[in-house]
Design a protein around this ligand. Sequence first.
Ligand code: NDP
Ligand code: BG6
Length: 427
Amino acid sequence: MSTQMKNPFDSKEFLKKRTYSNDNSFAFVVFGASGDLAKKKIYPTLWALFRDDLLPSNTYFIGYARSKLTVDAIREKAEPHMKVADSEREKAAAFWEMNSYVAGSYDKADDFVKLDEAIKATEISAPANRLFYLALPPSVFADVTRLVKEKCMAHDGAWSRVIIEKPFGKDLESSDKLSNHVSSLFTEDQIYRIDHYLGKEMVQNLMVLRFGNRIFGPLWNRDNVSAVVISFKEPFGTQGRGGYFDEFGIIRDVMQNHLLQILCLTAMEKPATTNAEDIRDEKVKVLRSISKIKMEDVVLGQYVGDPNGEGDAKLGYLDDPTVPKGSRTPTYAVAVLYVRNERWDGVPFIIRCGKALNERKAELRVQFRDVPGDIFNGATQRNELVLRVQPNEAVYMKMMTKKPGIGFECEETELDLTYGSRYKVVV
Ligand code: NDP
Ligand code: BG6
């Protein structure tokens, strides 16, 4: 299993202080540069790193996909997702100057030779360190990694790294096949397997909230917690990603990675240190303790169009032209999981996720048990600790207080740590 959290506590200050001791240039290759991930997350992130001077100055970005595109076309797709202040326009132009684009297939050696030449064009005084990001459907991971190895590896002492997106296969067999294939080509320290939810502020915060506070530890167990609910909702559908999505469905796309990672960080024991391997070991124990999910504990669904809705809301999953006719692939799933260990036995972990729902939201809710020996005639609600991953990151504790004033009425209120109010910078 991979080390999913490489250096979780790397700070900007640390990165800024890091020096690069030679003149190697750096080539960041985005495979699938024409796609959804590239425009929504990869290019905006590269821009943010460039803007904040967190990359070596001789870093070049090379997009690669089959579509016949130009850098301007990629810029047009990505810009709506990038945060560029008016004062940063010039810097943004400088960022795009560092970009180039190569159109090619994912399975032809000649095209990878072209890519290699484009990387070599950035090698002015020394070979380039090369980082290959596979923002691609898993169906082409094997060909692309093979051809990278054959035609595009760094030379003369420079390094190469490969970043692979989830899902890593669609079942145990295909996952093993992919893992064996990738490890036959690269050493483990050349391979990065990404789950971008591990980069989210609130997901990382789970470690500190749980293990950096005394108050939660004693309550974090089956004696005090009645249920844990982890939700992911998105207000848009596949939007032309049907080619990828239909083969995998919402369980493989979101549930088995993003939501399970949150579940593991919520349920695991305290790791020996904050090192990636120690955290990974604790997560594995949680996964091993989860009992087989029963079909009666699962609900699946597929979104349909709303004839009275506006714009995209009129369209159902099957109306997306990239989705095969008659597909029964789920776009919505809820499952109840049980972690059969001493801490959690009997506590339901309800995980649910869906596309084309009413809002964008990802959150974790830890619901506590009723207060024993009620003296308020049933007027109290259960406490709930909520971690809102997005939008508007927040941690809040729902709790009972006395309604201020004369009388003795109970009222539910919140201890609220909304990041936008408390912190100036939310990454
Ligand atoms: P896309 O469907 O947008 O695919 C990316 C690119 O791959 C497309 O632009 C297309 O480029 C090429 N492509 C699409 N389908 C095929 C196919 N069947 N065979 C060969 N090439 C194809 O997917 P995403 O960008 O959304 O996702 C890519 C990867 O990133 C997936 O593994 C996904 O799980 C992961 N991911 C996506 C996120 C997102 O927000 N979209 C977030 C986190 C992870 P061209 O035709 O030009 O070659
Ligand atoms: C990706 C899925 O992993 O996560 C997409 O492939 C989904 O289908 C995306 O839209 C959601 O990411 P975020 O960061 O926008 O919540």
